[in-house]
Design a protein around this ligand. Sequence first.
Ligand SMILES: [Ca+2]
Ligand SMILES: [Ca+2]
Length: 307
Amino acid sequence: MNNEVIVDGLYNLAFAVFHLFFLIFFCITPVGKVCGNSLEKSTPAGLAQDVIGGATVNMASRLNPQQDGVFINSIGMKFKLIPAGSFLMGSPANEKDRNSDEGVHLVEIKNPFYLGIYEVTQAQWRAVMENNPSCFRGDDRPVEQVSWTNVNIFIRKLNTREVTDKYRLPTEAEWEYACRSGTDGPFSFGNCLSTDEANYNGNYPYPGCLKGVYWGKTLPVGSLRANAWGLYDMHGNVGEWCQDWYGKDYYFYSPSHDPHGPNTGLHRVNRGGGWYINAYLCRAANRDMYRPDYGCDAIGFRLLRMS
Ligand SMILES: [Ca+2]
Ligand SMILES: [Ca+2]
């Protein structure tokens, strides 16, 4: 064993110990300042009563899946039909605090698809996986601490349960198309992102915008405002896994319609930013990426169902 290996081992050990203490302090201790187990018991605004509580399956079987372009599945997940169309993906060179991997380019989405109106909740995760890895407990809060790999186990199980193969994660392009919902600014709400519109660290608003609230935790899905296509929490709350491998230069060579990301990579794309970060990292064009086996209390997902 040479010195490099020993140093590497010590570094990993130190990191593991730090992470363990972090989890104990923030996630396990009942007095931990960010794990409000029962702080919000009320039904979040915008989340229909029929989707939460015990009646989800009955409601799903009563509703016409195509009604109003909304589909409700066997575990009460609500999906909105997103029309086919074209959009400018990425951010213009003059967008504040942008990154160089966001080169703007025209993308066509050829087929309509259903996208989750909300981030996947802990109740929905538990209904399929029979566990709940989340730090901030609450049936209607988004599930978090889920890796890309585990999310794909969830998807496989849900497909099996409903005898279909239509569920998957959105591609990065589908995600940004739905987030923008016909808009082309930094946020689907315009040039600023208020904390009435998204759950992020309101102490760090977008340049030139007003400070807001910092909740310091996830909020029940749908607590804040929907975008123009009726989707909640596309900005903030938890960052959302996309199907694609991350490619820093991908936008320079990606196909002009229905891009699916590079064929291989080290990291999977995660979009929209989480409850603890600055507004600029919640921009519609911002691209995050993590190893597929990584998870944390600000990472969750939203599902796509092919139409
Ligand atoms: Ca989100
Ligand atoms: Ca970025």
